[in-house]
Design a binder for this molecule. Structure first.
Ligand code: AGP
Length: 603
C-alpha cells in the first residue's frame, strides 16, 4: 500500500525521506518519489517507477541545507500503471502533492479542470488535487499562510473518497499542508522538526511524540507557528520497538517471522492459574447472544478458525463475514451481539469500515490487532493485541498464528464465564494450548524435507493446486492456498474436503496436486475417503498426516499429538514453509510479492 513521509525542519531531508520510505517498503509498492523545497531553494521533484533504490540513484548527490520541507511517497497503483508519470509527487505550477487513498469523484473534477485548459501528465486520481489547488488559487489569491490554508480547505472540501494528502508550494516554502480522511496519517514531533508518516515505524529515531490524525483533519504545518500536538489528538510516544528489524541471518523476513512463531506465541499474562484471563474490561463478555467476526484475507481465515473454536467450546453462535461484503450488506443484528474485527495492520480499509458500521449499528465491538497505535486499535470498545511483533513480510504468518491463539483463548474465557465446559475439558484445553506452542517449534524441523518435496513438485507439470481440510483444518487449507498464491504465484484453491465431490473433483487428473490435511484427532477417516476419491482420478496427493498414507504421492508424516489443535499449529508451519520454499525455488521476491501490499488502505 502507498506510503507517505513528510518533514519540516532543519535536518538534511533527502536521507531522512529515503530512510522513512525504506521503513514503509514492506507495505508493498511499485514506484517512489520525493519533492524538496526550502528558503531560497526552488521546488525539486524526483520520481521513478520501480524500487526505492532507483529513486536513490536519481537523487545521488542531492542534499539539502537549512530550513525547508520535503514530502515522499511509495505508490501502490490504483489508477494507472506503475510508471514514472503516475508516480508521486504530482506537480502543477508551484505545488507538489503526495496522496494515499482513492478520490472517488476525480473523473468529474478532472473533466471540469480540463475544460479550463488544464493538461494532465498522469492517469492518476491524485494529480487532480494539485491542479484543483492551483486552480482555486487563481480565483482566490492567497497572500499569507492563513489565506492559503483556506484555499487548501476549499480544495479538500471538493474531494469524495479516502485520502491522506501532503502538499507543498513554492509560495510557502516552510509549510506543509495536510488532509486526512479514511487513510492513515500520523503527525509527529521530534528534536529538530515536525514529521508526517503513514505508519510510525518510518519515524523511529527521528520523532518522539505522535498523534494519529482524525477523520476530516485539514491543516498546515508552518515553521513560523509551532504546533501543539495535544490540540490535534491523543498524543502517544513513537513505539521504539517498531524499528527497522534486520533479517537476523534468515533469507527473508517471512522465514524469520515463521521461525519467530514459537517465541511470539506466548500465553504469558493470559492465564491466571488454570483459567484464561484476557485483558478485557470487567464484564465485557457478559450477556453476549451471538458473535460476528469480520476481516480480510489471512485475518478472515483466522476468524473462520475462531468460529469453530468459539461455537464448540463456548456454545455461542458465530458468523464470519468478509469485511468488504459486511460493510455493504446492510447486516441484520440482534440484541447482545458482539462484533469482532481482526486485522494485523489495523489499517485495512474494508475492515475499518466494517467496524465503523458495526459501531453505527450499536453493536458491542472488539478489535484483534497486531499494530498498536493503528487506526483500528483505538476504534472498538475493547482491544486485544496479538503481540506478534512487527510483521514485515507481506505474507502474514506469525500474525495469523497469534490471531488464532487469541481467538482460542477468547473461546475458553467465554466458555469459563458461561460455565460451558466441564473442568476436565478445560484441563484438556490447557494442555492443548501448551502443546500447540511446542508443536509449532517442531513444525520448523520439516524445512529441509519441505524444500526437497517442493523441488520434486516443481519438476511436475502441474496445472493446479488444491488444499483440503475439515473443521478448523478447512480455514487452514484456505490459508495454505492463499500463502502459495501470494508468494509463489500459482493457482491454488482451498476447499472443505467433502466439497470436492460437488464440482471441483472434475479438475482431478495427474496435473492436479491435492495438499490434504489429515489430522489424527479430527475426522481422519472422512478425510481419507476424500483422498481416495481423488487418487481414483489420478490426482497427485501431498498428505500432511501423522499416519502413513499409501495413497500419497508426497507426504510429510507429521508428529503425533494428543489433540487436533497442536496438529493444526504443526501443519500451519509446514504449509507456511511449503509456500516459502516453492517461492524461493522459483526465484521470486518472497517478502514483497508482485501486486501485493502489506496493508490495503484502499477499497
Ligand atoms: C496475508 O498473507 C495477506 N497479505 C492479506 O490477505 C492480509 O491478510 C489482508 O490484507 C488483511 O490484512 P490485515 O490483517 O492487516 O487487515
Amino acid at each position: 500500500m502507498c506510503g507517505i513521509v513528510g518533514y519540516l525542519g532543519t535536518k538534511e531531508r533527502v536521507g531522512l525521506l529515503l530512510e522513512g520510505l525504506k521503513e514503509l517498503e514492506y507495505r508493498g509498492y511499485d514506484s517512489a518519489g520525493l519533492a524538496l523545497l526550502g528558503e531560497g531553494a526552488p521546488l525539486q521533484v524526483f520520481k521513478t517507477s520501480g524500487k526505492i533504490s532507483a529513486l536513490e540513484h536519481l537523487v545521488q548527490g542531492v542534499r539539502t541545507q537549512g530550513l525547508g520541507v520535503g514530502i515522499a511517497h511509495t505508490r501502490w497503483a490504483t489508477h494507472g500503471k506503475p510508471t514514472q508519470e503516475n508516480a508521486h509527487p504530482h506537480v502543477y505550477q508551484h505545488s507538489a502533492l503526495v496522496h494515499n487513498g482513492i478520490i472517488e469523484n476525480y473523473a468529474l473534477l478532472k473533466a471540469q479542470l480540463e475544460q479550463k485548459g488544464h493538461l494532465f501528465s498522469s492517469q492518476t486520481d491524485s494529480e487532480v488535487v494539485v491542479h484543483l489547488f492551483e486552480d482555486m488559487l487563481e480565483t482566490t489569491p492567497a497572500n499569507n499562510v492563513d489565506q492559503a490554508l483556506q484555499v487548501f480547505k476549499n480544495t479538500i472540501a471538493q474531494l469524495e473518497g479516502a485520502y491522506a494528502i501532503l502538499l507543498i508550494s513554492a509560495r510557502f516554502p516552510t509549510c506543509i499542508f495536510y488532509a486526512k480522511n479514511h487513510s492513515p496519517l500520523i503527525l509527529a514531533t521530534g528534536k529538530e522538526g515536525v514529521y508526517f508518516a503513514s505508519a510510525q515505524n518510518a519515524l523511529v529515531g527521528h520523532a518522539q511524540q505522535m498523534v494519529r490524525l482524525g477523520e476530516g483533519s485539514v491543516g498546515v504545518l508552518d515553521w513560523q507557528h509551532p504546533i501543539d500536538l495535544n490540540r490535534l489528538g491523543v498524543v502517544q510516544p513513537i513505539a521504539q520497538d517498531c524499528q527497522q528489524s534486520s533479517k537476523e541471518g534468515f533469507s527473508t523476513f517471512m522465514e524469520k517471522e515463521i521461525y519467530e512463531q514459537p517465541k511470539v506465541l506466548s500465553l504469558l499474562g493470559r492465564l491466571c492459574g488454570d483459567r484464561v484471563c484476557l485483558e478485557l474490561p470487567e464484564g465485557f463478555l457478559e450477556g453476549i447472544s451471538c458473535i460476528s467476526i469480520s476481516a480480510c484475507g489471512t485475518s478472515y481465515h483466522a476468524g473462520l478458525v475462531g468460529k469453530y473454536l468459539i461455537e464448540s467450546l463456548a456454545r455461542v453462535r458465530v458468523q464470519v463475514e468478509l469485511a468488504s461484503e459486511y460493510r455493504y450488506a446492510n447486516p441484520a443484528t440482534q440484541e447482545g451481539e458482539l462484533f469482532i474485527a481482526i486485522s494485523q495492520s489495523g489499517e485495512s480499509a474494508d475492515t475499518l469500515e466494517a467496524l465503523r458500521l458495526a459501531k453505527a449499528l450499536g453493536l458491542k465491538t472488539l478489535s484483534l490487532c497486531n499494530t498498536q497505535n493503528s487506526s483500528m486499535a483505538g476504534m472498538a470498545d475493547a482491544l486485544l493485541l496479538t503481540h506478534a511483533g512487527l510483521e514485515r513480510s507481506v505474507a502474514s504468518t506469525k500474525a495469523f498464528a497469534s490471531q488464532v491463539l487469541v481467538l482460542w483463548l477468547l473461546a475458553l474465557q467465554l466458555a469459563q464465564e458461561r460455565h460451558a465446559l466441564y473442568p476436565n475439558t478445560l484441563q484438556v484445553q490447557m494442555q492443548a494450548l501448551q502443546g500447540s506452542l511446542q508443536a509449532m517449534q517442531e513444525g520448523l524441523e520439516w524445512q529441509s524435507q519441505v524444500r526437497t518435496l517442493s523441488a520434486q513438485i516443481l519438476e511436475r507439470d502441474l496445472k493446479g493446486y488444491f488444499f483440503m481440510g475439515r473443521g478448523v483444518f478447512y480455514p487452514l487449507a484456505l490459508e495454505g492456498a492463499l500463502k502459495l498464491k501470494e508468494i509463489a504465484y500459482v493457482h491454488a484453491q482451498g476447499y472443505a474436503s467433502a466439497e470436492m465431490k460437488h464440482g471441483p473433483i472434475a479438475l482431478a487428473d495427474s496435473s492436479l496436486l491435492s495438499t490434504t490435511l489429515l489430522p489424527q484427532h479430527l475426522l481422519f477417516a472422512k478425510n481419507l475417503s476424500n483422498v481416495e476419491e481423488l487418487r481414483a482420478r489420478d490426482s497427485l496427493i501431498f498428505a500432511l498426516s501423522p499416519i502413513k498414507l499409501e495413497e500419497a504421492t508426497f507426504q510429510i508424516q507429521t508428529r503425533a499429538y494428543d489433540h487436533y489443535m497442536p496438529e493444526f499449529f504443526h501443519m500451519l508451519v509446514i504449509l507456511q514453509l511449503f509456500a516459502l520454499e516453492m517461492a524461493q525455488l522459483k526465484g521470486l521476491d518472497v517478502d514483497k510479492p508482485r501486486n501485493l501490499a502489506k496493508s490495503v488502505t484502499v477499497e
